[in-house]
Design a protein around this ligand. Sequence first.
Ligand code: NAD
Length: 252
Amino acid sequence: MAGNLAGRTAIVTGGAQGIGAGSARALHAAGASVVIADVREAEGEQVAAELGDRARFAPLDVRDAAAWARVVAGAEDAYGRVDVLVNSAGIAPVAPFAEYGEDAFRRALDVNVTGLFLGITAVVPALRRAGGGSIINIGSAGGFRAYPLMTGYITSKWAVRGLTKVTALELGVDGIRVNAVHPGQTDTPMTAGANFGTAHVALKRVGLPSDIAGAVLFLAGDDSRFITGADLVVDGGDLAGSADWASVPDRN
Ligand SMILES: NC(=O)c1ccc[n+]([C@@H]2O[C@H](COP(=O)([O-])OP(=O)(O)OC[C@H]3O[C@@H](n4cnc5c(N)ncnc54)[C@H](O)[C@@H]3O)[C@@H](O)[C@H]2O)c1
């Protein structure tokens, strides 16, 4: 099926499941060739096999600069160019502040921030060779306010916004756009078993990976050609209100 991304190539980290897999499916359906990059090899291979033509899996730990170089080179070898990077790999260690600990805090920043920095660093030369491109960082509604029990995660997601804006500022001259998509609670393996409630969410439901993928698709393609350094919140109206609404009787 031809789409508005026909002839383009996208690398999607965290593509083995959740929001990354949803984004890979949407980009592929729009005509892009897709490289699914993840530490979860079996699941990543399965998503690539499901997509079939124009899809491949590449093993990647986003904390590893050498692995990043291999993924980008492999994408160019296979498909001739790289146009889009979706940074969706992430982790969310959960614990009270007193028990969070240095290790979990450093891991959250390493994967959720340094991993994005290394990805952008690795992909920029390839995007330049392609004449420009689009980088989409998956942040979080937690990058606009705090949720308890997630010290490292919340800190990392606020940092994603800074990383997005400074790289947008510097890379615009190369025709490279950098934007962030900030999901609210979304039904993925990361949130399995968690329930933040939806009473205060305008649309009264949690998100699906395909809801987030719609925003990723928009930012990947030319319809968003004058948008860079932006924060696109995709949360069903969660941030629009206040969690206090959870205690207000439902008038709907
Ligand atoms: N699910 C939500 O409610 C929600 C809300 C806001 C933001 N987000 C963000 O969306 C992104 C995707 O989350 P998700 O819900 O799909 O989570 P998920 O756990 O379902 O998927 C995350 C993927 O990232 C991969 N990954 C983890 N560490 C990695 C590493 N070091 N190198 C390479 N891959 C690695 C995992 O293997 C997994 O496939 C994350 O950045 C997350 O913080 C999710």
